[in-house]
Design a protein around this ligand. Structure first.
Ligand SMILES: [Cu+2]
Length: 104
């Protein structure tokens, strides 16, 4: 039990210190999961699993430029320093939507 608690603590500390706290896979023209939650200072990584479609990550509401198009196996990562709700879409497929919730 003690070892488990220590392991959990290490996992939590590690999560805060390293990038890539959450991962979103892109498949079947969807962001999976559609909503992820991270803490301020953590990053989200998107990976395209599609064989024949390229996608992008676009936080249009913040007037940020669209990410590069991701082809199969390619990824994009963004760090979130401020708490809030960040909605995004895919540039070429506006019907693909996702949300990143950033907790303090
Ligand atoms: Cu797309």
């Amino acid at each position: 039990m003690k070892a488990l608690a220590a392991g959990l603590l290490i996992a939590l500390l590690g999560g805060a210190a390293t990038a890539g706290a959450a991962e979103v896979r892109i498949r079947d023209y969807k962001f999976v999961p559609e909503k992820v939650t991270v803490k301020a200072g953590e990053s989200v990584k998107w990976v395209n699993d599609e064989k024949r479609a390229s996608h992008s990550i676009w936080f249009q509401g913040e007037r940020l430029p669209e990410s590069e198009r991701l082809f199969q196996g390619e990824s994009y990562q963004r760090r979130f320093d401020k708490p809030g709700t960040y909605a995004y879409t895919c540039g070429p497929h506006p019907e693909m939507k996702g949300v990143v919730e950033v907790l303090p």
